[in-house]
Design a protein around this ligand. Sequence first.
Ligand code: PPS
Length: 569
Amino acid sequence: MTMLSNLAPIPELYVSYDSAQKLKAEAGDLKSHDLTPRQICDLGLLMNGGFNPLKGFLSQADYEAVVENMRLQDGTLWPMPITLDVSEKFADSLELGEDIALRDQEGVILATMTVTDRWTPDKSNEAEKVFGADDSAHPGVNYLHNTAGEVYLGGPVTGIQQPVHYDFRGRRDTPNELRALFRKLGWRRIVAFQTRNPLHRAHQELTFRAAREAQANLLIHPVVGMTKPGDVDHFTRVRCYEAVLDKYPAATTTLSLLNLAMRMGGPREAVWHGLIRKNHGCTHFIVGRDHAGPGKNSAGEDFYGPYDAQELFRKHQEEIGVEMVDFKHMVYVQERAQYEPADEIEEDATVLNISGTELRRRLQEGLEIPEWFSFPEVVSELRRTRPPRNQQGFTVFFTGLSGSGKSTIANALMVKLMEMGGRPVTLLDGDIVRKNLSSELGFSKEHRDLNIRRIGYVASEITKNGGIAICAPIAPYATTRRAVREEIEQFGAFIEIHVATSLEECERRDRKGLYKLAREGKIKEFTGISDPYDVPEDPELRVDTEGIEVDNCAHQVLLKLENMGLIGA
Ligand code: PPS
């Protein structure tokens, strides 16, 4: 394998400035697809050569070859399907061979694409082959089934302009910009470190060692596109990385941001990351334990073995053209006050470690984070973004059948929280929302989803800004509740409370007389009677209202909030 990088420019998909202006004017007449945030990341890397040798979104034949064999149809190694998913309606409106305009979310035209292929993918097969399981606990699988459109379009892309970013512009580099930088600095051996987490002392030590061992310079190359739901936001992380950059010996290390949308695909993702780094001019790549791991599956087990990613990478190393530096698990040895690889430490040494979960707990509860674990600048950035839980916003999300008592308990809870004071409280009750936010909506699946997503959006804004949102819709669909949870958990806690009053009891109470009308067929699509209700499988709390006072139910919720550290001192 060549250990020195060939830093010649790699092909991009952009046309010249003059052609781009012309194309932009003409593209006004084309049908448009508004790209999703993930597609914007993919398109950016297609156009700037980050996904070289791809020339556009995969054709059906390439897609099938990638899914089945991790290769394009011509045999080139490529592990991740890069597909343009769209709605059936949009796909049906197109002729094969037609050019379409690809626009960002403000309507700016970024590229055109000639649609050569259109097909309905077998998503379960894609999930099995690419992610190893058709299990929606996997964020990549969940996206595939619940966010991606039903139909895929394939075809070559003509680049007009890069996606616009207003943040950290000076820290974002295309593959050719990085190649030019390495050429200028005389760097020929470069080890890349991929990360979606803040760097602490152990990471600094391991990356520094990796660079020393590979006799290479170090590129800290964090992902700022899309990472795992619930990760620390990239604004905070970049401020942390900038603080850590000073800790490396001068002129050995650089930082560049990668606008990649991760899929959390473990082994396949590691190979993909290697190919992307090759395109960015790197010669070495650090692969750690459980690289790009998605967490646990729905049976509570890991999706991949801890070293599966290293194994797959090693197998394809020659073809990737990047040498793997395997992650040394670094731990702190108290006697010598330094980090060392775990496998080189004598048995009687005192080893200190703080897990990710423990770190989150300490941040949430405002507890001490020792200097041996992280840098004071990093800890203070994290504390600025994540004040202790009892000062953060959160959302209490009641769900249950009509007449189950959601609104009554939600009202009682609101009053109790207002009595305590400290944070503004907003009640988004089902009926209030339908009057003020969703007055044009009915009760079809599509409308109910839209209604819940609107509630989720407002609640996430409230949570982000430090308030308490109490929601009380029926919210009958588990996938929509999960989407709302993911949106809110970026900013604070989401507490799902199932008001588990049985259908028989709700119908017996029939406070609004609606069940009678539903039974008579006078109200269609009535939840529990003629429309489904997915019982929450794992809510934070389930309350049973039968034979229990409202006051007591609201009190149970308060105890739960206290127990989670969200209220109280
Ligand atoms: S959803 O499914 O979450 O969007 O429903 P939501 O916004 O909470 O609205 C539910 C209230 O609307 C009344 N209603 C119906 N409920 C269920 N199915 C049908 N078809 C329907 N038609 C009207 C009902 O009074 C619900 O109020 P609550 O407070 O839940 O009893």
